[in-house]
Design a protein. Structure first.
Length: 229
């Protein structure tokens, strides 16, 4: 059978089925089994062809009448209908082999076809999660921040939790007198996940924030205290 290169063999079943056969009869029976398998489960019920297929025709140690007697006996183990012989076990195995062959052939055809590219639904480049950004004129800044996180921090996207933390940090900075716009732009420029207050910068003896505001020094506090006395 071209679609099934090997015949599954069950020694237990064979011994049980051929327990009353002689060694020569078992050999002829097995040869006919193989013959059916190589012919997809059926063969023509022709005496001369079956004698040849069973190997009996080539056995010079057995007389012609005895060969026909052996063939007749072992054919009782096969189904004989409409000029054909078959075997229920071989028919079952051949059907399974054909089904497997069909499945594999179909899988091969599918594998050889070029698969159409699946259209990935386009996502908006920027998604504003809450009205906070519009209300505070921060649409452009948050858009740039989201893009930065997507490009440089793909494992830390601006999800709902991260957005809440960012908004809380921005509100705190605003309460401390800092610009939310500057804070968000600074975080984006430095690839930060959150926002931070600007660092102090020294300008001469005076300390100023990065926004240019002068910070109160200890001398200023002493001077202010003396005026209250």
């Amino acid at each position: 059978m071209s679609r099934a290169p090997y015949l599954p063999w069950y020694p237990g079943d064979f011994k049980a089925d051929t327990a009353d056969l002689s060694l020569i009869e078992q050999a002829a029976y097995r040869n006919l089994i193989d013959h059916l398998w190589s012919h997809e489960g059926t063969a023509e019920n022709d005496q001369n062809r079956l004698l040849a297929a069973s190997g009996l025709a080539a056995d010079w140690t057995v007389s012609a009448p005895k060969k026909k007697q052996i063939l007749s006996k072992i054919l009782s183990y096969f189904d004989q209908k409409q000029g054909q012989i078959s075997h229920n076990k071989i028919t079952e195995l051949a059907d399974k082999a054909r089904e497997i062959s069909k499945i594999r052939a179909e899988a091969g055809r599918k594998g050889g076809r070029s698969k159409p590219k699946q259209k990935v639904p386009s996502k908006p480049s920027i998604y504003i999660y809450t009205p906070f950004w519009q209300e505070n004129n921060l649409e452009n800044e948050i858009a740039a921040h989201i893009k930065m996180r997507a490009d440089l921090r793909p494992k830390a996207p601006l999800n709902e939790t991260a957005e809440k933390l960012l908004i809380t940090a921005l509100k705190k900075l605003q309460a401390d007198g800092h610009s939310m716009t500057d804070a968000l732009e600074r975080a984006t420029a430095n690839s930060w996940k959150s926002v931070h207050a600007p660092k102090e910068q020294s300008r001469g003896n005076q300390k100023r924030t990065t926004t240019g505001q002068r910070l109160e020094t200890p001398a200023d506090r002493v001077k202010a205290a003396s005026h209250t006395l």
